[in-house]
Design a protein around this ligand. Structure first.
Ligand code: CMX
Ligand code: CO
Length: 146
């Protein structure tokens, strides 16, 4: 069952400048950064709500590490902006299977590794009224204070 907004993914050309915009404008701080080579992104997670029980919501700022990555291609075509939304679930495998059974294309056969050791998959935007949609199960460690 999808129970929350885990994050909103925002594509940007310059991660450091975009992080600084969110800090200076709203006071949001970076709670995590990483490079995910499989996804072709350098990313910063800004935690928006205060909970740390796996129920938190984030902005995920994304700068491509290569032009032929999903975010690189999208930026070249659209410029900066909202790239995807991500729903949180305790069981990404079950929810991906349930969505697939409804005829929506799930992009991965098995969930892959996302931010902070989470397990993620994506639904094709053309089957979701134009919205690239990610399903996320947080890593168990994300449920602890850190
Ligand atoms: N939102 C909405 N529509 C999108 C989109 C997006 N983010 N990305 C692509 N599309 C649309 C395109 O506009 C295009 O539509 P038209 O045919 O009408 O022009 C169509 O989908 C095909 O787009 P494309 O540019 O040819 O791109 P691809 O088909 O090669 O890739 C997709 C599209 C969704 C399969 C690819 O972006 C993908 O695999 N995404 C999942 C992985 C990902 O996004 N990783 C980065 C984030 C990592 C993270 O969140 O941790
Ligand atoms: Co994401």
């Amino acid at each position: 069952m999808l129970t929350r907004i885990d994050h909103i993914g925002i594509a940007c050309f310059d991660l450091d400048k975009t992080v600084e915009f969110y800090r200076a404008t709203y006071g949001f701080e970076v709670s995590h950064t990483e490079v995910n080579e499989e996804q072709g992104v350098r990313e910063a997670m800004l935690r928006i709500n205060g909970t740390s029980d796996g129920g938190a919501s984030y902005l995920q700022l994304l700068q491509p590490t290569r032009e032929d990555s999903p975010v690189g291609k999208w930026l070249a075509k659209n410029g900066e902006g909202v790239h995807h939304i991500a729903f949180g679930t305790a069981d990404v495998d079950a929810d991906a299977a349930a969505v697939r059974d409804k005829g929506v294309r799930v992009l991965y056969d098995e969930p892959r590794t996302g931010s902070m050791g989470s397990r993620i998959t994506f639904l094709h935007p053309k089957d979701c009224h134009g919205v690239l949609t990610e399903l996320v199960t947080s890593a168990p460690s994300a449920h602890k204070e850190h």
